[in-house]
Design a protein around this ligand. Structure first.
Ligand code: GDP
Length: 369
């Protein structure tokens, strides 16, 4: 067996198998690195040369160890969630590790939500959802890392709240944590010292430390993979169609009982019973929504999957996982959420069902809007 190669930036074991896992380095770069005696993993290389943080992910075990480190620390925790996929952003069990440490809950990707939606109302809703998971944030912030919205005010908030503490930024993969850290780096100085990375003892876990003015650090931690995310079920091309890039335009349907809406071919919504009030769909503007009679819906799906109902494409439809049905009755105005895809807001007193590929969660929650 060959000797283990280590990144001199973060200490991760170098590997060239999986670009999404810690220590990834392309074969050619490994050789160059050895020859020049400066072997960096791709992530540290990019950070050094382009001041850019690339996302990495961890196994559950490593993540648990990381959380344990946090519970022992005296730190301000910046908990980043994707506001469009709140439930897919929840870090299971985080509350057990927070201890007495204060938490700032950051809702990223606010640019995707309708401008008409009051941000204060949204922040209240986030706080309430966090409470349900045992997290009691000291403050809630709404930002767009990509659009550079509210990043400076987030930094001000962090500075105000941290009071001589290190700052740990945590989040599951895909919430935009790397994009956020990159914005933070751009707006703070000291970029040269960025690779002062160190390791958590006993793990292969790396961390990126961004020096703060008073000798404390802002620590970027790797994201944890949420296996239920739509991103793990759909092909990259399909994901491009369903993952929203722009402000969502809500679409309202005046549904009768026993009607169905197909969300492309990736998911389905049944309005079984309920008042004749509009339901409002929040999905990417490019995702085609098709209304049919419920009684005809199964046959319709079979006939049109990969054609009228796309994504998946006709090539992909054969191998596409079958849809599983989840039924709910709601007493208050609620969102039926198909994790990672979007949601349908349904009136109080309705019975509805959501269908999604096996492995993708379907839940109901108090209406966001
Ligand atoms: P990480 O895995 O949490 O580090 O996530 P990334 O920073 O790699 O971002 C995941 C995806 O979300 C990328 O496609 C980003 O372009 C996108 N993204 C990140 N921040 C925002 C944002 O503020 N708004 C929108 N619309 N997309 C974002």
């Amino acid at each position: 067996e060959s000797e283990k190669l280590i990144c001199i930036g973060c200490g991760a074991t170098i590997q060239s198998d999986d670009p999404h896992v810690i220590g990834y380095t392309p074969q050619a770069a490994i050789k160059k690195g050895i020859d020049s005696n400066e072997l960096y993993c791709q992530r540290c290389f990019r950070l050094r040369h382009y001041n850019e943080i690339a996302p990495v992910s961890l196994t559950d075990d490593d993540f648990l160890r990381l959380l344990n480190q946090i519970s022992d620390a005296n730190a301000l925790i910046v908990y980043v969630v994707d506001i469009f996929d709140f439930n897919g952003s929840v870090i299971p069990g985080l509350h057990r590790f927070v201890g007495d440490n204060p938490v700032i809950l950051v809702g990223n990707k606010e640019d995707l939500l309708p401008q008409s939606l009051k941000r204060t109302k949204l922040a209240d809703w986030m706080r309430q959802q966090a409470n349900l998971n045992g997290i009691h944030p000291d403050a809630v912030a709404l930002v767009s890392a990509k659009k550079n919205h509210q990043i400076q005010s987030l930094l001000d908030l962090i500075n105000k709240r941290r009071q001589n503490r290190d700052v740990y930024v945590v989040g599951v993969t895909n919430v935009g944590k790397s994009t956020l850290i990159n914005q933070i780096i751009r707006q703070t100085t000291g970029v040269q010292e960025l690779i002062t990375t160190s390791r958590f003892p006993g793990t292969t876990l790396d961390r990126i430390e961004i020096p703060l003015d008073d000798g404390h650090q802002l620590v970027d931690t790797p994201g944890i993979i949420h296996p239920d995310q739509m991103a793990h079920v759909l092909s990259a091309s399909a994901l491009k169609i369903v993952a929203p890039q722009k402000e969502i335009k809500p679409r309202t349907f005046q549904l009768d009982e026993q009607q169905t809406i197909f969300l492309g071919g990736v998911a389905r919504f049944d309005y079984e019973y309920g008042p004749k009030k509009g339901v409002v769909a929040y999905f990417d503007n490019n995702l085609d929504l098709h209304r049919t009679k419920l009684s005809n819906a199964d046959a319709f799906y079979e006939k049109h999957l990969g054609g009228l109902l796309t994504p998946p494409t006709s090539d992909e439809s054969e191998a596409f996982p079958s849809l599983e049905r989840h039924e709910f009755h709601v007493d208050e105005k609620s969102d039926l959420v198909i994790e990672g895809l979007g949601w349908v807001t349904v009136p109080a007193g309705s019975t509805v069902a959501g269908f999604a590929p096996k492995g993708v969660s379907v839940i109901v929650r108090r209406a966001m809007i």
